[in-house]
Write a protein that binds this ligand. Structure first.
Ligand code: COA
Length: 162
């Protein structure tokens, strides 16, 4: 069985991430979406909130599960008996960071391959930070995130000082 891990902060999940997830689910027998706490990014949502936001979208794929992880990604991959890490490349600007991360992960654990897929070009400018910024100032994010995520963003920013 071919199993890959799709890791990220997912703060929050966007349609761009879901595009990557769909491609991974078509390529692998099983995909585990792995949510990193990533306190360095000062996430808006807790890991539990991010997992809950991901659940309805992941449930649309019969071969996708969602979980949290901490520590080194490659160690998580080995523990999960995963063959590969899936990452999305939205634009050339993603390349250097992703290239370095893939090579570092290969250095740490040569058994785990990193595979890149390109999301649909309509998502090339989508990022969780930009979506949060638009939501924070009352903009419409329906084009970028599923309805449950848009509602969570509205709740998170309503009543919070800007
Ligand atoms: N659609 C929309 N946005 C996308 C996207 C897509 N297809 N692909 C990436 N992004 C965005 C994300 O929204 C995020 O935006 P933000 O910075 O505005 O929040 C950004 O691109 C990158 O996020 P993501 O893909 O979630 O990666 P990350 O940098 O947050 O997470 C980890 C990286 C968690 C995979 C990495 O830090 C890790 O492996 N950590 C574990 C510790 C470890 O092993 N470290 C060694 C790694 S070499």
């Amino acid at each position: 069985m071919r199993h890959c891990i799709y890791p990220g902060t997912f703060d929050p999940i966007t349609y761009g991430h879901l595009d990557v997830l769909g491609r991974a689910a078509a390529l692998f027998d099983h995909v585990t979406v792995a949510v990193a706490d990533n306190p360095g990014k000062a996430p808006l949502f807790t890991v539990a909130e991010r997992l809950a936001m991901l659940a309805p979208s992941a449930a649309k794929f019969p071969n996708v599960s969602v979980t949290a992880f901490d520590g080194l990604l490659v160690e998580f991959c080995i523990n999960q008996k995963a063959d590969a890490i899936i990452r999305g490349l939205r634009a050339l600007s993603d390349f250097e960071f992703e290239f370095n991360m893939a090579l570092m992960n290969r250095h740490l654990q040569p058994k785990v391959e990193t595979i890149f897929v390109m999301p649909n070009e309509q998502f090339s400018y989508t990022s969780s930070s930009l979506v949060k910024q638009v939501a924070k100032y009352g903009g419409n994010v329906a084009h970028f995130v599923p309805p449950n995520v848009a509602a969570a963003l509205t709740r998170a920013y309503s009543g919070r000082p800007g």
